[in-house]
Design a protein around this ligand. Structure first.
Ligand code: KG4
Ligand code: ZN
Length: 333
């Protein structure tokens, strides 16, 4: 069975064809670089650029896979969470194609789809496992007891971890997106140069908080003009990574060590990958992380989850799908 996936929740316009939920026939991702000059994603600009690019991206998928898109058995599309104007471009495109080709439409949750980037790389994961989705908009720790059975055990109270990377980069004048450049500069810096805090919410130590860390970085920058950017990046990254590993350590202490799968843009971070590789090795559990290209937003992960949803019957027939809406926030599990 072949699923056409469409993803437009933020600043990536992406489409993919995936066979049986696990084999990528084509995955095209167009990253909108125009947001770099604004230092962050401008929602209106993102929507307009999705309109301009979506059919170009779909056509590139058709060419790469060497098959007409209408041969797909169903269409999966991100319904939320994300920028609502951006989501609507993908959703309306998917609705139009579904109606024209009389194909079922599968609405997909973006955060859940991130986890499926792992299934594309490894095949099915061993259940139960602990999943961590770390991106520009989300920071979730979920216990996955079986296929599509989730219990959220921790989430951010304020900023997402990727947002903290982006804001630190902006304060240092490093441009957008901030994660990759902070990652690069941190390699040259001294991570002991500044002792940044790792805030832990008192009422639920499994939750995350990154706004205090961001403020601490801002204070160091304003009080210390001589501070090297590399040192700030390395010290910030050390604290951010510690915030992530600490929650997993705590979960393991209370609930036992389970296989670990991470996903989302921040899973591309070299220090995050190294820290979790070491953590899982020391606990003797398998560790899963998608290849870099599948960490950030892509439609292949949407199609992969779409396949499992389709098999559960969680789809709409083409003539019922026209009433679907997009949602900027959408609960996960
Ligand atoms: O998953 P994603 O593409 O979009 C959301 O669903 O939010 O993640 C984008 C986020 C951005 O905040 C970006 O700075 C961050 O992922 N990111 C990184 C790295 N590559 C991307 N953060 C840290 N280190 C990286 N190497
Ligand atoms: Zn994402």
């Amino acid at each position: 069975m072949i699923i056409l996936g469409i993803e437009t929740s933020c600043d990536e316009t992406s489409a993919a064809l995936v066979e049986n939920g696990r084999v990528i026939l084509s995955d095209q991702i167009h990253t909108q670089e125009i947001h770099q000059k604004f230092g962050g994603v401008v929602p209106e600009v993102a929507s307009r650029n999705h309109v301009v690019k979506i059919f170009e991206v779909l056509d590139a998928v058709r060419k790469e896979a060497g098959m007409p898109l209408e041969k797909a058995d169903a269409i999966a599309v991100t319904q939320g969470p994300g920028l609502v104007g951006a989501l609507l471009i993908g959703l309306n495109t998917a609705k139009g194609l579904s109606y024209a080709w009389k194909k079922p439409l599968i609405p997909v949750h973006h955060v859940e789809a991130h986890l499926y980037a792992n299934m594309l790389h490894y095949g099915d994961l061993p259940y139960p496992f602990l999943g961590m989705i770390i991106s520009g908009g989300h920071t979730h720790l979920v216990f996955v007891s079986g296929p599509r059975e989730y219990e959220v055990v921790g989430r951010t109270r304020d900023d997402a971890v990727g947002e903290a990377f982006d804001k630190v980069a902006k304060m240092l004048g490093l441009g957008y997106p901030g994660g990759p450049v902070v990652d690069r500069l941190a390699v040259e810096g001294n991570e002991e140069a500044f002792a940044f805090p790792v805030p832990v919410p008192r009422d639920n130590p499994m939750d995350f908080s990154f706004s205090g860390l961001k403020t601490a970085v801002r204070n160091v920058i304003s009080e210390n003009e001589q501070a090297k950017k590399e040192d700030i990046c390395a010290s910030f990254q050390k604290a951010a990574v510690r915030a992530l590993t600490q929650r997993v350590e705590l979960f393991y202490k209370k609930q036992g060590a389970w296989p670990l799968a991470i996903a989302g843009g921040v899973a591309a971070n070299s220090a995050v990958r190294a820290a979790f590789t070491e953590l899982s090795r020391s606990h003797g559990v398998p560790f899963f992380v998608p290849p870099l290209r599948l960490c950030t937003d892509n439609a292949a992960m949407v199609a992969a989850l779409g396949y499992d949803l389709f098999r559960e019957g969680a789809f709409l027939d083409y003539n019922k799908a026209l009433s679907l809406n997009a949602f900027s926030s959408l609960s996960f599990a």
